[in-house]
Design a protein around this ligand. Sequence first.
Ligand code: SAH
Ligand code: SF4
Ligand code: F3S
Length: 500
Amino acid sequence: MADIKQTKPEKDYSVYFQRTFVAPNLKEARRRRRQAVRHLNDFSIPDDIKGIGAGKKYLIRTYGCQMNEHDSEVMAGILEEIGYTSTDVEEEADIILLNTCAIRENAENKVFGELGNLKQLKRENPDLILGVCGCMAQEEAVVNRILQKYQHVDLIFGTHNIHRLPQLLKEAMFSKEMVMEVWSKEGDVIENLPKARKGNVRAWVNIMYGCDKFCTYCIVPYTRGKERSRHPHEIIQEVRELARKGYKEITLLGQNVNAYGKDLNDGSYRLSHLMDEIRKIDIPRVRFTTSHPWDFTDDLIEVLAKGGNLVEHIHLPVQSGNNAILKIMGRNYTRESYLELFYKLKKAIPHAAITTDIIVGFPNETEEQFQDTLSLVEECQFDGAYTFIYSPRPGTPAARMEDNVSMEVKRDRLQRLNELVNELAYKSNARLEGEIVEVLVEGASKKNEDVLMGHTRTNKVVHFRGPKSLIGQLVNVRVTKAKTWTLDGEIVAEQEAANQ
Ligand code: SAH
Ligand code: SF4
Ligand code: F3S
């Protein structure tokens, strides 16, 4: 068994193994090199791989954030280009890819559970290719565990190796041993990768990759590499194309979109400039995520305040309301400066919904420090919040800190925080009762085929009755009943909406 902890950075083991075997290396992943990133259009399928998937089926299971959702669309695009078609049925699949997330331990446990479940399937169908990719593949400890305990995995590739899927897949098909290629140094920005998008109403658009913030608890800067922005003209062309195809909403994606453009040319073209151009494209709704309070500049607020297709929703993770904790987290803002930004946004965009992310039980967090988080949440009256118990991530600075807070206390804090968050979410929904909101209809509700579901501009979920022909349309809906996480409503006639 190869112990990859002993390996040198990015060493290619193929000379020994007669197959691709490049293991991840966290130390390498931490390094930030000055080298300029190349922007290429050189993706192509080699002749000997074309059609390799004809008659075969793929299944991709995606965990984690929107970045991963979109990466899965790229992988699906690549697989379709070599002949595969998609399936939702495991037993039908010739290749199953688990596109994984490493953000918290429970995200990882889900994947290990799934790998365990798939053992039987692989036994019954030895020709099945089982692949692990995404952020977990970038972690040494995870890859070691797979090598030791999950030898039925055929293929492991990293977040920087997606464009290599055709070659790696072919190798995995013909090799008896596991094929692995995980680069710990980010690669080029490749513009011409195919994409098989899910749905034809809303679309993801990457504007940048990676993260340089290195919040002390977070694994993302290690799994996604340094910040690399796409060129504005490439992004704008993609958005125009989506508009032309009839998409109604796009979400601009990056781990910290406010850092957009810092790494391009002289760094003067930033997110505010990009949004100001995208604002003029004829697509009804434009969202962006995620926005770190760091780098949230006044000129960006000014552009957002112009409205139009730039919707009134800002996801602005705060993580904690206590300055000492924010400092140890390395967030680079204080409670006061967060609040200042928050009020600036509320003033510039009065009906904006603001949502956030919060971590409880950071190492040695005291009850008083937690109370600061509660009071900040109370003050901001967030429309919604994703709340998490801190999870130590191997290799990050916070994971090396001693921690005197028991899991019981952390759970109790999470519960108290959630009670407050739910109460505020309900309150913000209740304010909409009787109002008319614009809803982009996405499909039938999961629970009831006869009910339609869509989002408001402020990203609230609305359920209402109406014909399926409305899917993909913007409709006016009167809110009849507020719930904690969703709204019920009824369609209003066009004339009535115009009179409002
Ligand atoms: N780039 C985004 C966050 C992406 S990760 C930002 O900084 O705003 C999404 C959320 O997961 C984070 O906002 C944080 O609340 C949570 N998170 C990240 N690492 C975590 C960890 N080690 N334990 C618990 N929650 C974590
Ligand atoms: Fe993680 Fe911080 Fe980067 Fe967000 S900004 S991805 S929390 S390191
Ligand atoms: Fe998870 Fe990676 Fe996204 S760790 S949250 S899938 S960037």
